[in-house]
Write a protein that binds this ligand. Structure first.
Ligand SMILES: [Zn+2]
Length: 186
């Protein structure tokens, strides 16, 4: 399971602090809800990429003492299973859609574009459930820009918390893809 935590820093700050980041202590297992203090269970390393650099970062794992299932603490700037931070992905796509500026490889841009394209309805539904009543543009290209700008305008932790309240995968995951569960609250 994935448990999001807002570390009050960006990708480079998180990378610089390494294993000294202020990792949360959980008194309740987000998986089975048992009121047991979660145990520290080491780290794993992964890449995280923003507009500036590629970082090697440490992800902290916790273990449920009751059922021995592990929980990974993911910083709010990342999406599950993606190396680019979600703001970097948004910026890449918006730069392309608005200014025809390709700030990554064409192959990567196409990959993200395809994903974002297919998730338009789900993103629109998300904003509807957030109480947004504005009419979205009818043309697909304009609608995509509008929706991605709305995500971009949201505060990081707020977007992550609200998105995962009802959703089973991220706004960049393949439709119906079901990876590790994300705890709905943090
Ligand atoms: Zn548990």
């Amino acid at each position: 399971m994935i448990y999001y935590h807002h570390f009050l820093t960006d990708c480079s700050g998180y990378a610089a602090r390494g294993r000294n980041n202020d990792f949360p202590e959980l008194q309740c297992c987000p998986n089975c809800r048992a009121r047991n203090r979660m145990l520290r269970h080491g780290f794993y390393e992964r890449n995280a990429i923003d507009a500036e650099a590629t970082y090697r970062i440490s992800i902290c794992r916790l273990l449920c003492p009751a059922y021995h299932k592990s929980v990974s603490i993911l910083p709010t700037f990342l999406l599950p299973y993606f190396q680019h931070t979600w703001r970097t992905i948004l910026n890449m796509l918006l730069a392309w859609w608005i200014s025809c500026l390709c700030v990554c490889s064409r192959q990567l841009r196409r990959f993200y574009e395809k994903r974002g394209w297919k998730k338009q309805n789900e993103i629109a539904l998300f904003f509807r459930s957030e109480g947004v009543e504005a009419i979205f543009p009818e043309k697909k290209a304009e609608k995509a820009i509008c929706l991605f700008q709305m995500i971009q305008a949201m505060e990081e932790a707020t977007f992550v918390r609200r998105w995962w309240h009802h959703r089973i995968n991220s706004f960049m995951a393949a439709v119906n893809y079901r990876g590790a569960r994300v705890a709905p609250t943090f």
